[in-house]
Structures are given as structure tokens and as C-alpha cells.
Design a protein around this ligand. Structure first.
Ligand code: SF4
Length: 680
């Protein structure tokens, strides 16, 4: 008998990446043998990043967690014994019920973007925690400063369509290493470059993307607003404004104009640490090139003034009327374009009259160590972690580890692997990967909806997140019919009638029906319908209604013991802390690295490849020095995010970061961090 022909199953990449690629998984004899980009999806164009082409290696990894586990060693030691699903679920339900009987707010869910899927992300899980009355989680760790800034200025997380960058004549790539973390946009930028476009990269690090742009502006971390204000200054002084667009479609011009005039390029050059000529040149380019577009990404908003900086940059396209052209404007996120039906998906109505407190995920280190108080509420007694690895990725990990090590904390982790976080769990539950479950995906980098079908059966005894929370709901006696919704039903309802589900079933993806140049004639989704240079909503909160430059929490030069600023952008072959345990990718990265400029290295007697300690009052991180002009003088680049246990002394860069928050959006300021470096 002939062997059955391989099947090819359509899916979507689940990772926290703006590209949200369409996947094709080849399945032979029930086993996934290959994961490729779908050539029919225009933006994916048959191409995936190196990370996800290794997806079968990750799925069938010999260290994948394939059965529920119970801890048998000290917290953090990663010593477990297999148990049955019944044992695991019974124990979790019993422990949660006992805590909930005292105060359900002592239970905290902790999740983020381990999958970007709407169903395996926050659907049945959210229903479960709402019904329970658990504490709510403020999901701020990555993007909330920028998101708040976009919302205050443009009205929502909206921007130009990514495909039109291919027609731009000037592309400013601001705060992004697109080659590493926005590959499919980079392909469009390359196309524009071939058609004669000028590419400018703004980034403290001379990234692989900066190498390939016409100009690189290596500003100091946390000075982006100063640069944007100086650009405005030059647009005003040289008359490079689209006054008609400003008059019709913006709000607060007179006030912004007065503020921008306080920022001559000489002042900004000093604050940003860049030559004044670069600022003048960029202003001229922005003021005189059409169509011109900014691809703004999230790296630059991870500083104290990150929200204000995004607000300032987002004003630039309206000043020159760049939005009039479909290849002009700005893209930071397009997720606000998608009509996701979050309330039916997550059912906040299950809370009834209860209004639980909200805990900020970015201060989990401090919050796990807090006692009960009238301000804080009850001490956190149980933590259910899914789609996240906070012990590796949350700031100030010394505090985070201390919190997770609490013997009186009951911790459950849904995972694929024994991560740094899972090592601290009382119970680990094996979760399915994207190849094993249904999901539906929007994107923050494009405007297509994608459906992910399961290609293979769950590996080992793993179960979907939804199935795990359904089973827990049943054990807790939650009998609302919504807990019986199937994953396919959840996919159908997530975006309702906005997208024909039959089209998604047939093709795997569909584009949102959006105009090509959404703000050519204003129509911003703000209260005024205009691009709000001045935000009354911010002013009403007692904040500055106009964007401004706010110095870092830890400004360079403010602490002689720690004279270097550190940023921690992702290593190219990792995505946050995902993929660090995939051997073929870790082999490429080799070891945890700190890039340091030759001048700073020489001053410390550090040679290329030398082991170094990076330290401040929060902790000490060991890694290998890479002496390189990829780091600018005064700034070191600690490439992340290694798992702590795979690092050189059981730490990673977050040993050094702090829990102080951004100006808007209550986000962490990872890239606002002073350190010293020494040979070990
Ligand atoms: S991580 Fe990004 S580039 Fe890589 S496959 Fe996923 S969506 Fe595409």
C-alpha cells in the first residue's frame, strides 16, 4: 500500500512580532516535518525568519514538558515528578478554592504574548479569572507607553498600511532593528530603496538595519523626544509645513509650535549626543521629500519619557501632511484597526458587581514581596502563569526571583518547557504549541486576519490553554455555558461578522477592508476627529497636554559609579525569551554578549571576547564583551533575553534593570538603566 501523501495545513505565527506570518505546516504520518511561509499571503511571501523555520525542532524538542509535573525540590531547582492530569487539576482547584474562600483577589493571573492568538491568549482563561474574582493584571510589559501615546494623539493604535512603505521615497526607521524583528517590513523598505528611497535609521545601536540604511543617527537612549522637537523646530523655521493640513486636521498647533521653538537643533544635538548636521539633514529630508513615512517601533519607548517621545514623533507626519499619500505617514501599530470583540471573548460581566484590584505586571518583583495592606489589598498567595516567562523577562529580576521563591506562594505554570519561571512552579501543566491548536490572529504590523488550524495532535499529554481552564472551571463548579464554548466557536466569535469566517477557513487569511490612506483627510479616531498635538484628556489627568522631552530616570552622567547607559535589545535569533533553548539557534548566538565601544573598552582594559561583569546597585551580570562600533560611546548593548539558567552565572540582563515606570502607560523602562562594566 502506498504511504499517505503529506498534508499541508495553514496556520499563523503566534509570536510577539509585528509580521504575523502565514504558515504552512507539512504533516507526514501525523508528524509535522516542515514549517514554511505561505507564498499566497502577500506580506509573508513564502519567507519566515530563521527562528520559526526551526519550529519543528522546538515542537519535538527532547526537553518539552509532556506531562503535568509536581515540584519535589526547592523552588527554582527545577526538580519535579510527573503526575496525572486529574491529580494536577484536583490539587490546583483545591488550593485555589481555599484561597478564594478567604479572598479571591489573593489569586493573580500572569500572562502576556507567549502567543498572540486571541483564543489561546485571553478567552476561557479571562472568563475563568473573572468568574473567580481574581485580581486583574495590567499587561504593560512591552508596549503600553507607545500604545497610550498613539491613542492620545491619533485616537487609537492605528497607522498607515505596511505594504505602502514600498512606494515611500523617505523611510525613517525609528527605534527598530527591522532585519531582526520586523523582517517583512524590511523587505518592503528594500524594495523602496531599489526605487530610489532614502532610508534613515534612528537607534542608539548600530544594528544590522542601521548598516544598510543611508544614514544612522545614534542618539542616546531616552532622547527621542528632543530629536523630534528639534525636527519640528526646523520644519517651522524653514517653512516646510503643510499649513492647510495643520489647519484642517490637527488640534493644538499654536501651543506645539511654541514648544518646538524652544528646541533649536543645537540644543537637541547636545541632549541627544549627535552632530547637529544630522538633525538639520533629517529635518530637511522630512520636510521636503514626498511621500515620507516613519516606521516607529517599541524599543525607544522603554524609558521614563517613552510615552511623550512617541507623542512627539507621531506629530511629525501631520505637520508635513505626510498622511495625504498612502505611502506617507507613520506606523507603530495597526492593532486598533481590528474589530476584535473582546467583551464576548473575555466576559468581564462574569465579575458581576465585583471590582477587583489591578496589579501591574511590570512591578511583579515588588508586588510578590508585598504584605497585605489597605493600599495594596491582600498579599498575593497564588499565581497562575501562562504565555509568559516573568522570571526571565520582568525587570529587576533579583526581586522577581525572590518573590517567586516564596514558600507560601502557590504557583502554577502552563508551559512548553521548564523555563526559569516553570522551575519555580508548584505545578507545571504541559501546554500545546501553535501546531497543535486552533487560534485566530490579528496583527500590530499589518492589517490581515489569520486563522491557525491545528496541524498535529497535541504532543504527549499537552492540552490547549483553553482546555486547561475549561477543566479547572468544571472542578471549581463554574457551570456557565460559556465555559463549554469550543476553540473553533471562539475563533468564529472573536471578530464576529467583521470577517467572513468561511474565507478564513478556505484561505487561512483575509485583509481588513481599509482605505489606502486612512487619514488623508483627517478622520482620526480622537474625540476631536483631529490629530491631537494637545491632548485635553492628558491635561485633565493633570499631565502635560503637549509632548515634551523628559530626562531618563537614570540620566547618563548622573551617577559617577555607573557611567554607562545600557540598553537590552533582543539577540537576533531569540524573541524575548522564546527560542533560547532551541539548540540550533543558541549555537548561532553562542553566549550572552555585551557590545561595548572600543573607546569604553580600552578605558577599562577590556579586549574583544573577554569575560566581563556588568553591574549596578541592583545586581551583577556576567557575559562576554564584544568590542564593537555597534555600541556608541557611553552606551552598552546587553543583547537579550537569555534564560537565566543558560547564562554564565545564572543571571541575565534583567538582573540590572529596574521597576520604575514610564510617563504614560505604566510600562517598564528597561532601556533607562545605568551600569558599570569591568573585566572579571
Ligand atoms: S517571528 Fe515574525 S518574522 Fe518570524 S515567522 Fe513569526 S511573524 Fe514571521
Amino acid at each position: 500500500m502506498n504511504a499517505p501523501a503529506p498534508t499541508v495545513v495553514r496556520g499563523a505565527c503566534p509570536h510577539d512580532c509585528p509580521d504575523t506570518c502565514a504558515l504552512l505546516t507539512t504533516v507526514e504520518h501525523g508528524r509535522a516535518t516542515k514549517v514554511q511561509g505561505n507564498p499566497d499571503h502577500a506580506l509573508t511571501d513564502g519567507v519566515l525568519c530563521t527562528k520559526v523555520t526551526r519550529y519543528t525542532e522546538r515542537t519535538y524538542h527532547p526537553e518539552r514538558v509532556l506531562t503535568p509535573l509536581r515540584r519535589i525540590g526547592p523552588k527554582g531547582a527545577g526538580q519535579f515528578t510527573p503526575i496525572s492530569w486529574d491529580e494536577a487539576l484536583d490539587e490546583i482547584a483545591r488550593r485555589l478554592q481555599a484561597i478564594a474562600a478567604r479572598d479571591p483577589e489573593a489569586i493573580l493571573p500572569y500572562s502576556y504574548a507567549g502567543t498572540m492568538g486571541l483564543v489561546q491568549g485571553e478567552s476561557i482563561s479571562a472568563r475563568f479569572f473573572h468568574k473567580l474574582g481574581a485580581s486583574l493584571l495590567d499587561r504593560t510589559i512591552c508596549a503600553s507607553a507607545g500604545a497610550e501615546a498613539l491613542t492620545q494623539t491619533l485616537g487609537n493604535k492605528v497607522g498607515m498600511k505596511v505594504e505602502h512603505f514600498a512606494e515611500s521615497q523617505l523611510i525613517v526607521i525609528w527605534g527598530s532593528n527591522s532585519i531582526g524583528s520586523n523582517l517583512h517590513f524590511w523587505r518592503l523598505a528594500q524594495e523602496a530603496k531599489r526605487r530610489g528611497a532614502r532610508l534613515v535609521c534612528i537607534d542608539p545601536r548600530q544594528s544590522e538595519t542601521a548598516d544598510k540604511c543611508h544614514e544612522h543617527i545614534a542618539l542616546l537612549p531616552g532622547t527621542d523626544a528632543a530629536l523630534a522637537l528639534a525636527l519640528m523646530h526646523e520644519l517651522i523655521v524653514h517653512g516646510w509645513l503643510d499649513q492647510d493640513y495643520i489647519d484642517r486636521y490637527t488640534l493644538g498647533w499654536d501651543a506645539l509650535r511654541a514648544r518646538a521653538l524652544q528646541w533649536p537643533p543645537e540644543r537637541a544635538a547636545q541632549v541627544c549626543g549627535v552632530p547637529v548636521e544630522q538633525i538639520r539633514r533629517l529635518a530637511r529630508d522630512w520636510g521636503t521629500t514626498r511621500p515620507a513615512a516613519i516606521r516607529l517601533n517599541y524599543g525607544m519607548q522603554r524609558v521614563r519619557g517613552g510615552g511623550n517621545a512617541v507623542r512627539a514623533i507621531v506629530c511629525l507626519p501631520a505637520l508635513t501632511g505626510a498622511w495625504r499619500h498612502r505611502a506617507g505617514g507613520l506606523l507603530m501599530s495597526n492593532s486598533g484597526h481590528f474589530p476584535v470583540r473582546r467583551a464576548p471573548l473575555q466576559r468581564p460581566d462574569l465579575l458581576g458587581e465585583r471590582r477587583p484590584r489591578t496589579v501591574n505586571m511590570s512591578t511583579i518583583g515588588d508586588d510578590l514581596l508585598r504584605e497585605a495592606s489597605p493600599d495594596f489589598g491582600p498579599k498575593i498567595e497564588a499565581l497562575i502563569v501562562y504565555n509568559s516567562n516573568p522570571v526571565a523577562v520582568a525587570p529587576h529580576s533579583g526581586r522577581v526571583v525572590q518573590g517567586f521563591a516564596r514558600e507560601d506562594l502557590f504557583t502554577v505554570v502552563l508551559e512548553h518547557f521548564l523555563t526559569d519561571t516553570a522551575d519555580h512552579a508548584d505545578i507545571v501543566l504541559p501546554a500545546t504549541t501553535q501546531l497543535e491548536h486552533w487560534d485566530i490572529h490579528t496583527s500590530y504590523g499589518h492589517t490581515d486576519v489569520l486563522l491557525n488550524r491545528p496541524a498535529i495532535a497535541p504532543v504527549g499529554l499537552s492540552r490547549t490553554n483553553t482546555d486547561i481552564f475549561r477543566a479547572l472551571a468544571a472542578r471549581m463548579g463554574f457551570d456557565e455555558p460559556c465555559f463549554a464554548d469550543s476553540d473553533e466557536q471562539l475563533c468564529r466569535s472573536a471578530i464576529g461578522d467583521a470577517q467572513d469566517f468561511e474565507v478564513l477557513l478556505e484561505h487561512g487569511f483575509a485583509s481588513l477592508p481599509l482605505p489606502d490612506a486612512p487619514f488623508a483627510e483627517g478622520g482620526f479616531p480622537t474625540p476631536s476627529g483631529k490629530c491631537e498635538f494637545f491632548s485635553q484628556r492628558l491635561a485633565d489627568q493633570g499631565l502635560d497636554g503637549l509632548p515634551d522631552h523628559l530626562p531618563n530616570h537614570e540620566p547618563i552622567g548622573s551617577d559617577p559609579r555607573h557611567p554607562l547607559a545600557m540598553i537590552s535589545p533582543p539577540a537576533r535569533n531569540f524573541l524575548n525569551s522564546s527560542f533560547v533553548n532551541v539548540q540550533s539557534l543558541r549555537d548561532i548566538e553562542a553566549e550572552p554578549v555585551l557590545e561595548i565601544h572600543p573607546q569604553d573598552a580600552a578605558a577599562r582594559g577590556i579586549s574583544d571576547g573577554a569575560p566581563v561583569a556588568v553591574f549596578n546597585d541592583r545586581g551583577r551580570y556576567l557575559c562576554t564583551a564584544r568590542v564593537s562600533a555597534r555600541a556608541r560611546p557611553g552606551v552598552v548593548n546587553g543583547l537579550g533575553i537569555w534564560w537565566r539558567k543558560l547564562g554564565l552565572n545564572g543571571t541575565n540582563v534583567n538582573e540590572l534593570t529596574h521597576q520604575k515606570l514610564t510617563d504614560l502607560g505604566r510600562a517598564p523602562s528597561f532601556y533607562d538603566c545605568l551600569v558599570q562594566v569591568a573585566r572579571t
